[in-house]
Design a protein around this ligand. Structure first.
Ligand SMILES: NC(=O)c1ccc[n+]([C@@H]2O[C@H](COP(=O)([O-])OP(=O)(O)OC[C@H]3O[C@@H](n4cnc5c(N)ncnc54)[C@H](O)[C@@H]3O)[C@@H](O)[C@H]2O)c1
Ligand SMILES: [Zn+2]
Ligand SMILES: [Zn+2]
Length: 328
């Protein structure tokens, strides 16, 4: 049983989502889940106990929390760039530098400063998607969208379809989405894509056809491979912006002269920095829907099988949420 230290709260976990990064940690490929570690960072639940000095929250509150534990005191935190904190730790991660117990458990303790209250109309399973929603909103905030903007989202995975919805919520009316998987494209269409593009054909060609040969204002890259990064860069108009969110590959080639002579802005986006309240509001109002992304809600005891099914890339499996037991 974890204990809430000073400034912390103890949360009885209601639900915790399996993130792609958990699967890459589970197979050892990322090196960021060095055993022994309790994984899990996309969680929500009810406050079971308060540590010394916590006054803003109360026992019984329904809450979620930012998976990034920032220090609140370094230069980056003071500027509000908490995602870039010098002492950033992610819950449920153990790498060379630190190890921090996560939320695939009945209880987890986290600092009160990263905790957010939930409205009654958001279930714990839906709230477990808030981390990904905040990632999408943060990425879109870096894209400088206006009502006239046209956008391409490369990749219709969990992050891609949330970026699509965040773009729509920001007022962008024409959002194109590309993917190699037809079922994911179908979901993107249902969630508001103006048009869906098969990535096994030439995406750039399809974008040029739909934008009078000009290209889109903004491309949001949510896959992270060499070919998709290059498709994103080739799809934007002169002076356009590419927001880089995907990072499956550690490196990608850069078409230097195209970026320079077409004056393209390449913008990285990491996690989120204060977007949780907005994410909660957009989910509560229905502007961002996460239910269609949840493939299964299963007992925590079945976690090993679900990790295996995600690892073997079973078809039609998007987000899996684990629940340690009935928490209401
Ligand atoms: N920057 C951040 O803060 C942040 C946060 C979370 C995830 N990510 C990254 O975002 C990326 C997407 O994460 P996810 O959870 O949505 O993964 P996901 O596996 O659910 O989605 C990836 C999608 O890309 C599609 N795809 C594969 N090859 C493609 C191609 N050539 N063209 C178009 N689509 C293609 C897949 O079919 C899939 O639908 C990953 O690289 C992940 O590491 C970044
Ligand atoms: Zn995650
Ligand atoms: Zn800091």
């Amino acid at each position: 049983m974890p204990v809430a230290g000073a400034g912390e709260v103890l949360i009885r976990v209601g639900a915790c989502g399996i993130c792609g990064s958990d699967v890459h940690g589970y197979d050892g490929s990322s090196g960021r889940r060095i055993p022994p570690i309790v994984m899990g960072h996309e969680a929500a639940g009810r406050i079971a106990a308060l540590g010394v000095g916590v006054t803003r929250l109360a026992e019984g509150d329904r809450v979620t929390f930012d998976s990034t534990i920032y220090c609140g005191a370094c230069g980056f935190c003071k500027r509000g760039e908490v995602n870039l904190c010098d002492h950033r730790q992610v819950l449920g991660v153990s790498c060379g530098d630190y190890s921090r117990t996560g939320a695939f458990a009945e209880y987890v303790a986290v600092p009160a400063r990263v905790v957010y209250k939930l409205p009654e109309n958001i279930s714990f399973a839906e709230a477990a998607m808030l981390e990904a929603v905040a990632v999408a909103i943060h990425a879109v905030s870096l894209a400088e969208i206006s009502a006239q903007s046209t956008a391409l989202v490369v990749g219709a995975g969990t992050i891609g379809v949330l970026i699509l919805q965040a773009l729509r919520a920001a007022g962008c009316k024409r959002v194109f989405v590309s993917d190699v998987d037809a079922s994911r494209l179908k979901l993107a269409k249902e969630l508001g894509a103006a048009d869906i593009l098969r990535a096994d054909a030439d995406v750039v060609e399809q974008i040029l056809q739909r934008t009078g040969g000009v290209g889109v204002d903004v491309a949001m890259e949510a896959v992270g491979r060499d070919e998709t990064v290059n498709a994103a860069i080739a799809s934007v108009r002169k002076g356009g912006t590419v927001v880089l969110v995907g990072n499956i590959s550690p490196a990608a080639t850069l078409p230097l002269q195209k970026v320079v002579t077409r004056q393209i802005r390449l913008q990285g986006s990491c996690a989120s920095a204060g977007e949780y309240p907005q994410a909660i509001a957009l989910m509560a109002s229905g502007a961002i829907q996460v239910k269609p992304l949840i493939s299964a809600i299963a007992p925590l005891a079945e976690g090993p099988q679900w990790f295996e099914r995600l690892y073997t890339r079973e078809a039609n499996l998007l987000k899996v949420v684990l629940t340690p037991g009935p928490v209401s």
